[in-house]
Design a protein around this ligand. Structure first.
Ligand SMILES: Cc1ncc(COP(=O)(O)O)c(C=O)c1O
Length: 356
């Protein structure tokens, strides 16, 4: 047996989840978000498997260049736009659409001579106050950009899309839709949560991320309720099983004491692999069909679980940390985080195994 953490990536589940997106918004174009190494799932294999998406969304020009170098010819959208004239020229050369969210980027578009016009999305500030042009600046920019870029659209991003009843959603959508109507531009607003919960927000183009990877798009709802399948399953091995007498402690800080004579399993995964250090005692780990509780603190290379009620579990058994039959959303909740972060924080120690 080798100490190894394996991420099994089911590309059929990814394609299934894209079909779920299409079912929700059959008339919208789909920019599949593959930024941040495809939410930790692997930029190239994931992008190659998303042949049915209309375009792919990345955060950095390096991600876009890596996709082109890997033979991906699909339209790409630089979701934060470019940072320099040089990046803008690369975008034009390789056919990357750029998001324009600040005056400096408008200036770059004015001043930079390009081999061919780019596609551009104006990003409109509608309430999130992160990235976006004010309505006045965007209004003034439209006429000029229409003559300068190849195709122009307008997008925004919801601050609270996963809270279905939050009034900000409607207000943000209304601002975007009015702007799009006024300037006869295609619009884009919906992330995963809005795709499943707000049909009025679908507009011309949707931008699913987490739902493609099988994470739940809505707080308080499970992914399977949307027919989404987990794409990533993380597995490690039980590397030791110890008898711990009642009252003795386990792990750093001696934070857990055996309430009775206990059998404690040690699993070869820790925060050095990307398991969240703040996972609380009781966080479920799946061994076979059983869910066993995490105990004590998470170490760099190991976690400990209480196996007292599971005498059949032994050294060498596989433990699933999240994925198939143990939702990443559930594990994330036990670590006060979100599935997005679990996916993105896996380290280079993890071996990826792609199933086509
Ligand atoms: C601009 C933009 N659109 C879409 C998405 C996809 O969001 P989600 O993963 O919640 O579907 C993101 C992700 O953060 C984003 O930044």
């Amino acid at each position: 047996m080798k100490r190894e953490v394996v991420a099994t990536i089911r590309l059929d589940a990814l394609r299934h989840n894209l079909r779920v997106v299409r079912r929700h918004c059959p008339r919208s174009r789909v920019i599949a978000m593959v930024k941040a190494n495809a939410y930790g799932h692997g930029l190239l294999p994931v992008s190659r498997a998303l042949g049915d998406a209309d375009a792919l969304g990345v955060a950095e020009i390096d991600e876009a260049m890596a996709l082109r170098a890997g033979g991906v010819v699909k339209p790409l959208v630089l979701i934060e736009g470019v940072c320099s004239a040089q990046e803008l020229r690369l975008a034009a050369e390789h056919g990357f659409a750029v998001v324009v969210h600040q005056r400096e980027q408008l200036d770059m578009l004015r001043r930079t001579s390009l081999p061919r016009p780019v596609d551009a999305w104006l990003k409109l500030e509608t309430g999130m106050h992160r990235l976006g042009l004010s309505e006045a600046v965007a209004d003034a920019a439209v006429g000029e950009l229409k003559g300068r870029v190849h195709a122009l659209g307008v997008m925004t991003h919801f601050a609270c899309a996963d809270e279905v009843a939050n009034p900000m959603n409607r207000a943000q959508l209304e601002r975007l839709a009015q702007f799009a109507r006024r300037h006869h531009l295609p619009g884009s607003a919906a992330n995963s949560a809005a795709i499943v919960a707000a049909p009025a927000s679908h507009l011309d183009t949707v931008r699913p991320g987490i739902m493609l990877y099988g994470g739940s798009p809505l707080a308080g709802k499970a992914a399977f309720e949307f027919d989404l399948q987990p794409v990533m399953t993380i597995a490690a091995r039980v590397i030791a099983v110890n008898d711990v007498p009642q009252g003795e402690s386990v792990g750093y800080g001696a934070t857990w004491h055996a309430p009775r004579d206990s059998r404690v399993g040690v699993i070869g995964i820790g925060y050095g692999d990307g398991y969240p250090r703040h996972a609380m005692p009781g966080t479920p780990v799946r061994i076979g069909t059983e869910l066993v509780p995490l105990i004590g603190r998470v170490s760099m290379d190991m976690i400990t679980v209480d196996l007292t009620a599971h005498p059949q579990v032994g050294v060498g058994d596989e433990a699933v940390l999240w994925g198939e039959d143990l939702s990443a959303d559930v594990v994330a909740r036990h670590a006060s985080t979100i599935s997005y972060e679990l996916f993105c924080r896996l380290t280079s120690r993890v071996r990826f195994d792609y199933q086509h």
